[in-house]
Design a protein around this ligand. Structure first.
Ligand SMILES: [Zn+2]
Length: 110
């Protein structure tokens, strides 16, 4: 009973096991017809990563929007363009977070 590496987390898994005991990634490709090395399959492990990245983007986006807005109101700078550019980057970060969240949840429903 040889040991193989989990394609998702690298944990050593028995080739007889249907899935990785650590992350749940399917590892047995012989009779399921699923290639475990197929990177297009979103495993629970990777889904979790996408969700974390989405929340990270939302956090960064919220900060990038809030901080310039507060600065504009508190410091009333003569030139607000740098602040507006930072707010725009924050909006892009929020949108990226939304896309990542969608990518994670969308595949999970399959
Ligand atoms: Zn694993």
């Amino acid at each position: 009973m040889p040991l193989i590496k989990c394609p998702d987390c690298g944990h050593s898994v028995s080739s007889e096991a249907p899935a990785c005991p650590k992350c749940g990634c399917p590892v047995k490709s012989t009779d399921s017809g699923v290639n475990p090395n197929d990177r297009s399959i979103i495993t629970p492990h990777r889904w979790n990563f996408l969700q974390k990245m989405a929340f990270f983007c939302w956090g960064i986006g919220a900060l990038l929007i809030l901080i310039p807005v507060i600065l504009i109101f508190v410091a009333t700078p003569a030139n607000t363009w740098p602040h507006i550019i930072i707010i725009f980057i924050g909006v892009v970060a929020l949108a990226t977070g939304g896309t990542l969240h969608q990518a994670g949840t969308g595949r999970e429903e399959k």
